[in-house]
Design a protein around this ligand. Sequence first.
Ligand code: SAM
Length: 263
Amino acid sequence: MLAAMSSTTTSTRAPDEPVSFGARYVPRAEKGRLVRGVFDSVASRYDLMNDAMSLGVHRVWKAMTIARANPQPGERLIDVAGGTGDLARLWLKTAAAASRRRGGPSATAVVCDINEAMVRAGRARGRVGLGWVTGDAERLPFPDRTADAVTIGFGIRNVTDRAAALAEMRRVLKPGGRFLCLEFSKPTTAALAAAYGLWSKAIPSIGAAVAQDRASYDYLVESIRRFPDQATFLRELETAGFARATVTNYSGGIVALHMGWRI
Ligand SMILES: C[S@@+](CC[C@H](N)C(=O)[O-])C[C@H]1O[C@@H](n2cnc3c(N)ncnc32)[C@H](O)[C@@H]1O
């Protein structure tokens, strides 16, 4: 069991190699601690800030993601970097509706997040039926081939070694299982990019007003700016071994849903 749970994707990169943390570069070994600091700081106001920053639209993006995941009775989801559990909750709700229509066992969902404060905030919302695990996307604490679906929503951009995290998420999928990654991306028209650029400039001020935390939202905006565009990230999925990888833009590319399969 332990052997099956050990990561096959240990990074060989030097711990002092510079990696981006928002607008600055920090030693690779430092980034995880800094990202944890960001989410420690915002955890208690995270859900409120999501609504404020996206004007509630994050709920629609998440609903569309789970509609694409198409949960079936008895299936198991691992929601990586799952935060307070929005995607996992929607998975259970959608699968329960399918079970009521057609019968079959209940689906299950486990939220895995590196940050205990985010997990605590999710548990405090009383989201029944979800499993909660503290763990790093780069070293998932799950055996090989045990999930029917893996989701990661607005999490991949925070991970230090994306290739390691993608390999881990593929490792825990059963053959035939699907991977869905919802993330901020690049607007597809110049007009939308300009409007979105202006809105992004306002986000740190909203963070200061709502969460009393400008610095964390400065990081958020910069991490979005540095994340690769749709086509580049699609190639990363293919390199990680996901089959039939596709990308779907939502809200004109402000976010994108990348999907791939383990075959
Ligand atoms: C922007 S939040 C997204 C939360 C949730 N998925 C949602 O869509 O609302 C990003 C989450 O990624 C988590 N995270 C960052 N780096 C991580 C890592 N290496 N492994 C697992 N979780 C990580 C953070 O703790 C945080 O909860």
